[in-house]
Write a protein that binds this ligand. Structure first.
Ligand SMILES: CC(C)(COP(=O)(O)OP(=O)(O)OC[C@H]1O[C@@H](n2cnc3c(N)ncnc32)[C@H](O)[C@@H]1OP(=O)(O)O)[C@@H](O)C(=O)NCCC(=O)NCCS
Length: 167
């Protein structure tokens, strides 16, 4: 599948809003608002523009001109600034076509270069097998099992920590 990782501007507000309102949220953080409003999209895009390529990379995943997903790497602070957290989401209709495997590969390479990272960390809820597979297919190694680490919709989940090193 032909995908594009595109930088976002305020012009992408509607696409971002549609994505965040439709995505499967079972294994996402509660900090992503729902319902996702115009104001949420405007604030997020403003913050992205202020921090892009300094503290984070944020890209829309675009297929045939439509935003179908997003992916970000956020640089950690202080002595952990050589590490970045990667996160991603894709509309359900586009699952299992290899899209996120491709996006994570491209984004990891970009993040190492632009954010000057030595490693990238991914945290996966244990039942999210598709997400773990995406990481493993890109060379991420399972480094830790953090038992009963998060609560989401009244379910307590164990978190798998994955890491990719820059060589
Ligand atoms: C996780 C997610 C990003 C995966 O994206 P995707 O584009 O469908 O992933 P890919 O197609 O590149 O790869 C997924 C792999 O998992 C496999 N898979 C999917 N569901 C599976 C399941 N329930 N059990 C086992 N394997 C599964 C697919 O077959 C594929 O493997 P393959 O290439 O060997 O066939 C997508 O499901 C998503 O956005 N989920 C909601 C948000 C989310 O959970 N984000 C991650 C937070 S850490």
């Amino acid at each position: 599948m032909n995908i594009l990782l595109g930088k976002c501007t305020q012009a992408d507000k509607e696409g971002l809003k549609a994505l965040c309102n439709a995505v499967d949220r079972r294994y996402l953080a509660d900090s992503i608002p729902y319902p996702y409003t115009d104001s949420d999209a405007e604030q997020w895009l403003k913050m992205v523009q202020e921090t892009e390529e300094k503290e984070r990379l944020f890209r829309a995943i675009v297929v045939d001109g439509k935003i179908v997903g997003s992916i970000s790497v956020e640089k950690k602070a202080d002595v952990c600034r050589i590490d970045g957290n990667i996160g991603y989401m894709l509309l359900t209709d586009y699952w299992s076509k290899g899209i996120m495997t491709q996006a994570v590969g491209e984004m990891s390479r970009l993040a190492f270069d632009i954010l000057d990272l030595r490693r990238i960390t991914a945290l996966v809820y244990e039942p999210n097998i598709a997400s773990a597979k995406v990481l493993e297919k890109n060379g991420y190694i399972k480094e830790a099992t953090i038992r009963n680490a998060v609560i989401k919709d009244n379910h307590i989940y164990t978190i798998l920590q994955y890491g990719l090193l820059r060589f």
